[in-house]
Ligand binder design. Structure first.
Ligand SMILES: [Ca+2]
Ligand SMILES: [Ca+2]
Ligand SMILES: [Ca+2]
Length: 115
């Protein structure tokens, strides 16, 4: 993960390296409404050119049951873990945790931007 700032605006937490179990970042200072989680479309390929992630984010307490076919991003409010599943409800790929957002109770589509 890398972070960068835009003056007077936001901090961006960028995810642009290959996803793996050994590559889980902890974000402890995320400010909703100001900061953004920036997802590189070369990694998060299903989100390429998607400017509205509201149909792609599933916020739930825990678990992965009953994902729909395009819910590629999953946030667990219990563990504060953020996951990407490359085929959503499909069974070819499992969710991979990409981060833990330790200081927020929930996230919404507007907390993300695809770069
Ligand atoms: Ca979408
Ligand atoms: Ca959906
Ligand atoms: Ca899947």
């Amino acid at each position: 993960m890398k972070t960068w700032s835009v003056p007077n605006f936001s901090q961006f937490f960028g995810f642009s390296s290959a996803l793996s179990a050994g590559n889980i970042d902890t974000i402890s200072d995320f400010v909703r409404g100001t900061d953004r989680i920036a997802l590189d479309a070369t990694i998060f390929t299903k989100l390429l050119n998607d400017t509205d992630l509201s149909d792609n984010l599933d916020v739930r307490l825990i678990g992965f049951g009953k994902l729909d076919t395009n819910n590629y991003l999953i946030y667990h409010t219990y563990t504060k873990a953020l996951y990407y599943d490359a085929d959503a409800s499909g069974l070819n790929y499992a969710p991979i945790q990409i981060a833990t957002l330790t200081n927020v109770a929930t996230v919404s589509a507007s907390d993300f931007v695809v770069i």
